[in-house]
Design a protein around this ligand. Structure first.
Ligand code: FES
Length: 248
């Protein structure tokens, strides 16, 4: 926040800025991770902070930070390439918006991006968790069903179970999806899905996610290519514009 852009009188303006700094400190978890000069000289850096490995990029006079692990299959993203604010992973070429971390390829997932501040020549990142893991797992299950992408379905099943979402919930989502979108009504996919759910209580703990996945993937495959055509999720809102302004 710069003083000349503040709507308040000078004295009040300083109070206003102080208040913003206090609120910023209370609601964010900014951590110093690098010198801007080092990053600018190299173009990218990998930093490890609070158990997370984060890739920093200096691109078009801006600094961006994303989780260094590609959400598709884990390739280190600092080895990818950046052009026009789009980061491309070099394993299967998933593309991500550097600002928000949103992916352009539905078979990958959004990568986590971190708000950046520059303070006295240092790069600070906000490590505050922004994503609700349960909501994300639920959304990804729907994405996987709509786009019929088995990898996304498998990941969302595992993520949902890890977040203590009941298997019956994933079953219900798959059932609703199948009966609603299969043009010719009940089919083999929905039968497989139902059988797998009935089998679940008798299966080994480690086999349950597999059974759930097989039923859901069968439903998705059975509905694939039929109307309606589902739109992809828009890029997530980064909400970083204000945060990227230096507070000094
Ligand atoms: S691991 Fe990055 S695109 Fe597959």
């Amino acid at each position: 926040m710069h003083e000349d852009s503040c709507i308040y009188a000078p004295g009040v303006c300083q109070l206003h800025i102080d208040w913003i700094k206090i609120m910023d400190a209370l609601t964010h978890n900014y951590v110093r991770v690098a010198q801007t000069s080092t990053l600018e000289a190299k173009g990218y850096l990998v930093v490890r902070v609070e158990g997370q490995t984060i890739a920093l990029f200096h691109h078009n006079e801006r600094i961006y930070a994303v989780d260094n692990r590609c959400p598709h299959m884990g390739f280190p993203l600092h080895q990818g390439s950046v052009s026009n604010c789009i980061l491309t992973c070099h394993w299967h070429h998933a593309r991500f918006d550097l600002e928000s971390g949103g992916t352009f390829d539905p078979w990958a997932d959004d990568v986590r991006s971190f708000p950046v501040q520059i303070r006295s020549g240092e790069v600070w990142l906000d490590l505050t968790a922004r994503l609700d893991a349960k909501t994300h797992a639920r959304q990804r299950l729907l994405d996987g069903l709509e786009q019929s992408i088995s990898l996304i379905i498998a990941k969302s099943v595992l993520a949902g179970l890890a977040e203590k979402i009941e298997p019956t919930e994933a079953f219900q989502v798959g059932l609703d999806f199948g009966v609603r979108y299969r043009a010719r009504g009940w089919g083999a996919g929905l039968t497989i899905h139902t059988c797998m759910m009935n089998l679940l209580p008798y299966l080994d703990e480690r086999d349950r996610p597999r059974a759930l996945y097989h039923g859901l993937a069968a439903v998705a495959a059975e509905c694939a290519g039929q109307p309606p055509r589902f739109e992809q999720q828009p890029l997530p809102l980064s909400g970083q514009t204000k945060d990227k302004l230096p507070l000094e």
